[in-house]
Write a protein that binds this ligand. Structure first.
Ligand code: NAP
Length: 305
């Protein structure tokens, strides 16, 4: 018998997973902050899932975090800066050997959650799927992609991977999930902060190719020092390819800053700088980038972490 998919967060990725799992007939339970949020969810008539312009209203079961029922499988789909607090709140509910899938971008939050939940099997995820919230409890599937899942150190894949296939969630088990997360972090560090500082779409960075190349060189140095040499393969070429392929897009960090939302900088560029310092590496371009980005955020009244 399958375990219930407890999904924390009815936001973009949480909603995207919950909607597809439920549509495939799998048991799903949304975990919302508190009774007030639950009342708002019910008043909205459940979760609206929009795909290719079609909206579907899904009255998925939901409960507040402090419900007593045990949890065996948890999909933690918060932003990186909310993950540890959410894990702490759910700790008393996790059954021994529970599995916790961490959907956060960047690095740092996964280790913080794993340290809080020694009784759980923490599975890290790296996703290229795209979704956004049109409004509360209304999620739009914005871009197909793939999700890699794995543990560090590697362990055999769980039996429920087949449920993801059944739900049409493209996913694979990875024996080197840290390399995937580091690679994505490096791509993010080379592109997103610069789009904010130069106030441009991704394609605007083609006019700053020298700056991008210098950042890539430092990122290669950092990843190599972190034991992630394999994740540096062709990094600059891929950064340039992504910039060209997504030239018309605004990066996620750009969109967050433009909308006055908190960024995940602490788990992306901030994590890179912390790891460099910890290893005594001097990476002046990355440090300068972080300094400029923090000043930019501070000037707009946004958190610098
Ligand atoms: P999001 O739309 O902001 O959703 C986050 C959800 O977490 C919200 O529903 C929020 O609840 C909930 N949450 C936070 N703390 C909570 C708590 N203590 N209890 C209950 N719910 C809590 O974020 P997202 O875009 O899905 O991003 C999640 C992660 O996936 C991020 O690390 C992001 O970088 C990564 N990612 C996102 C995408 C994408 O396309 N969106 C793609 C790849 C990776 P409220 O609704 O109550 O605020």
């Amino acid at each position: 018998m399958t375990s219930t998919w407890h999904v924390l967060g009815s936001g973009s990725l949480g909603g995207l997973w919950a909607a597809r799992l439920a549509a495939a007939g799998l048991p799903v339970e949304l975990l919302l902050r508190d009774r007030q949020r639950l009342a708002e969810y019910r008043a909205a008539g459940g979760l609206t899932f929009e795909r290719d312009g079609h909206c579907r209203q899904l009255a998925l079961p939901a409960q507040p975090l402090d419900e007593p029922a045990p949890i065996r499988r948890l999909l933690l789909a918060s932003k990186a800066y909310d993950a540890a607090a959410a894990a702490r709140a759910l700790r008393p509910r996790l059954a021994p050997g529970a599995e916790v899938i961490l959907l956060q971008n960047g690095l740092g939050s996964q280790d913080a959650v794993a340290a809080l939940l020694p009784q759980a099997r923490c599975i890290f995820a790296s996703s290229t799927e795209g979704a956004f919230r049109r409004r509360d409890f209304h999620v739009v599937f914005a871009g197909s992609g793939h999700t890699w899942l794995g543990t560090a150190p590697p362990t055999p894949p769980p039996g429920w991977l087949g449920e993801l296939a059944q739900a049409g969630i493209p996913a694979s088990w990875s024996d080197d999930i840290l390399a995937r997360l580091w690679r994505k972090l490096a791509l993010n560090c080379a592109i997103n902060p610069l789009t904010v500082l130069h106030d441009c779409r991704n394609g605007g960075l083609q006019a700053h190719a020298v700056e991008v190349a210098a950042l890539c060189r430092e990122l290669v140095e950092l990843l190599t020092a972190c034991g992630q040499a394999a994740a540096t393969d062709g990094l600059q070429t891929e950064v340039e390819r992504v910039i060209a392929a997504t030239a018309a897009n605004y990066s996620s960090m750009y969109q967050d800053v433009a909308a006055g939302r908190r960024t995940e900088i602490a788990y992306l560029l901030g994590h890179a700088c912390r790891e460099a310092q910890r290893r005594g590496l001097e990476l002046p371009r990355l440090e300068d980038l972080a300094r400029r980005l923090r000043a930019h955020l501070a000037a707009r009244g946004l958190p610098q972490d």
